[in-house]
Design a protein around this ligand. Structure first.
Ligand code: NDP
Length: 315
């Protein structure tokens, strides 16, 4: 039969392109885990996904209550869980003030990291019960983790520091909204959240790969300069960013190509190695990429895990 894959944020950009690619393969039933049901339905129709290939289920990662509700709903659906793709993200590069999730965490780290952290820990038990031969848990990373690239070195650079802000709950009241305890910076908060995503993937690998056989992976699909991720950027940036990526950095990939790449990490029989951060070269061939020092720091990964566990489990 078909495998079942949950994709968060499948209503636009990379998530939608991946859902489309997997639907077209005929091998997958896609659970589109989205915060806006109508938008997701329109999106699925707009790319021509056949009704029998997908189900939309409500998930707002900016609410831990919603994450728990999603997991309950999924369990009740009676489907096995074979692959989970943590893809959704918010990016607020021009915000001057922080905004917050339902539980009061700074929005970028709260959504991109803490929401997915709770979701994937709760769904791990579901995955353990599936007898699918190649189970995978994928967390979409970013170039922020590559210090061997130009884009990975553009300021403000990611830096989790000594985690004092995370420890304090990222609430902007008695703690800084930033993981490292500094003043709010929306672009940096996004990059920090992506470093947490990549650290989480590696910590999952260390804790669970041997016992469960599940493949844990992250990836940088390339710069998809046309997605909604840049919706909050200034208009001049949105005008110039795609051609800049196409012609200057040459890191540009179309949404369709990026979707095929993530679909490979979901489904390709040759990409089963666990603990890997995948990237693609200019000929669109996948390779195991190196992560930056901070994004591969095992001690930091364990600390981020333990603090995050306290934050999400206490609520
Ligand atoms: P988009 O903005 O197009 O897609 C983001 C998705 O996340 C949307 O479906 C959005 O939902 C969803 N989302 C946002 N907040 C929530 C929430 N609270 N609950 C549930 N879903 C939510 O961006 P991309 O496709 O570019 O981004 C997808 C992933 O790719 C991200 O992890 C990003 O970090 C990563 N990435 C992107 C790159 C790029 O160049 N674009 C490069 C490297 C990595 P809605 O449709 O309702 O807004």
């Amino acid at each position: 039969g078909k495998g079942t894959v949950v994709i968060t944020g499948a209503s636009s950009g990379l998530g939608l392109a991946t859902a489309k690619a997997l639907a077209e393969s005929g091998k997958w039933h896609i659970i589109m885990a989205c915060r806006d049901f109508l938008k997701a339905e329109k999106a699925a129709k707009s790319v021509g996904m056949a009704k029998e290939n997908y189900t939309i289920m409500h998930l707002d990662l900016a609410s831990l209550e919603s994450v728990r509700q999603f997991v309950d709903n999924f369990k009740r659906s009676g489907r096995p869980l074979d692959v989970l793709v943590c893809n959704a993200a918010v990016y607020q590069p021009t915000a001057r003030e922080p905004s917050f999730t339902a539980e009061g965490f700074e929005l970028s780290v709260g959504t991109n990291h803490l929401g997915h952290f709770l979701l994937s820990r709760l769904l791990l038990d579901e995955m353990k019960q599936s007898d699918y031969p190649s189970k995978r848990l994928i967390i979409v990373g970013s170039i922020t983790g590559n210090t061997n690239t130009l884009a990975g070195n553009v300021p403000p650079k990611a830096n989790l520091g000594d985690l004092r802000g995370l420890q304090g709950g990222l609430n902007g009241l008695n703690s800084s909204p930033m993981i490292d305890g500094a003043d709010f910076d929306g672009a940096k908060a996004y990059k920090d959240s992506k470093v947490c995503n990549m650290l989480t993937m590696q910590e999952f690998h260390r804790r669970y790969h041997e016992d469960t056989g599940i493949t844990f992976a992250s990836l940088y699909p390339g710069c998809i300069a046309t997605t909604g991720l840049f919706r909050e950027h200034i208009p001049l940036f949105r005008l110039l960013f795609p051609p800049f990526q196409k012609f200057i950095t040459k890191g540009y990939v179309s949404e369709e190509e990026a979707g095929k790449r993530l679909a490979q990490v979901v489904s390709d029989p040759s990409l089963t190695k666990s603990g890997v951060y995948w990237s693609w070269n200019k000929a669109s061939a996948s390779f195991e990429n190196q992560l930056s020092q901070e994004a591969s720091d095992a001690d930091k990964a364990r600390k981020v895990w333990e603090i995050s566990e306290k934050l999400v489990d206490s609520l």
